[in-house]
Design a protein around this ligand. Structure first.
Ligand SMILES: O=C[C@H](O)[C@H](O)[C@H](O)COP(=O)(O)O
Length: 236
């Protein structure tokens, strides 16, 4: 059967995802990110397990990733059984050129993603070219995960800081994360000139569980182009 024709953006995601999967070595313990780009990573890892006998274990960053990984025969583990991870591969909503700091969370998985990223020795971001920005916040709102209890009060505090929070919904219903929390998308912080300062300020609000600012940055970003080629950006 003929392969489906991909949109230019999807072609970039495929290229990035497959290039990242090629970095994975036998025996690695992996952090498995979430999203439409990571889906290509999972497909490629599933193929390598089947065709090459690649032996890996992964900690998934979402229920969605866990389900797809199981379908593809990727062995999963958890932090009770695994202390540290060799590599985390994950998507991003924005990648700041030079620093490779990220905004993540438009897929709603930011909290688990950050826990997994922090446990990994290396972090590789997989994105299509549209995700590269000169300054964080210019394309994507900043997702802030908050507790359901008191979320209206938390939203008011975010609004007072200029965040213009909007409660995230999906298919008309309020979106709940895998951890049972809510997400407030804050477009008002853009452009984010002092991400470290903003992160510190946001984390002083009791109802804020985590933000989508990933300020440790990726070690490298694999950027897939519409022509199926990839460019590898490294932290300056
Ligand atoms: O919560 C979701 C994640 O941070 C995703 O990795 C991010 O939104 C990128 O997803 P996609 O590859 O679908 O654009």
């Amino acid at each position: 059967m003929a392969e489906p024709v991909l949109s230019p953006q999807e072609e970039g995601k495929r290229a990035a995802g497959e290039a990242a999967a090629a970095l994975v070595e036998d025996g690695m313990r992996l952090g498995l990110g979430t999203g439409s780009t990571v889906r290509w990573v999972l497909e490629a890892l599933g193929r390598r397990i089947r065709d090459e006998g690649l032996r890996i274990t992964g900690i998934p960053t979402s229920e969605q990733t866990a389900a797809r990984a199981r379908e593809l025969g990727i062995p999963l583990t958890d932090f009770a059984a695994t202390e540290a991870l060799d590599l985390c591969i994950d998507g991003a909503d924005e990648v700041e050129r030079g620093t490779l700091r990220l905004i993540k969370g438009l897929g709603g998985a930011l909290l688990r993603e950050k826990i997994v990223a922090e446990a990994a020795g290396r972090f590789v971001a997989v994105v299509d070219a549209s995700k590269i920005v000169e300054m964080l916040g210019v394309k994507a709102p900043l997702p802030v995960e908050v507790t359901e209890f008191g979320w209206e009060s938390t939203a008011r505090r975010l609004a007072a800081l200029g965040g213009s929070p909007v409660l995230r919904r999906r298919d008309g219903a309020v979106l709940r994360t895998d951890g049972g929390n809510l997400i407030l998308d804050c477009a008002g912080f853009a452009p984010i000139r002092d991400p470290l300062g903003l992160q510190r300020e946001l984390k002083t609000i009791a109802g804020v569980v985590e933000t989508g600012l990933f300020l440790a940055g990726a070690e490298q970003a694999i950027v897939g182009g519409a022509d199926g080629g990839v460019e590898v950006l490294r932290r300056a």
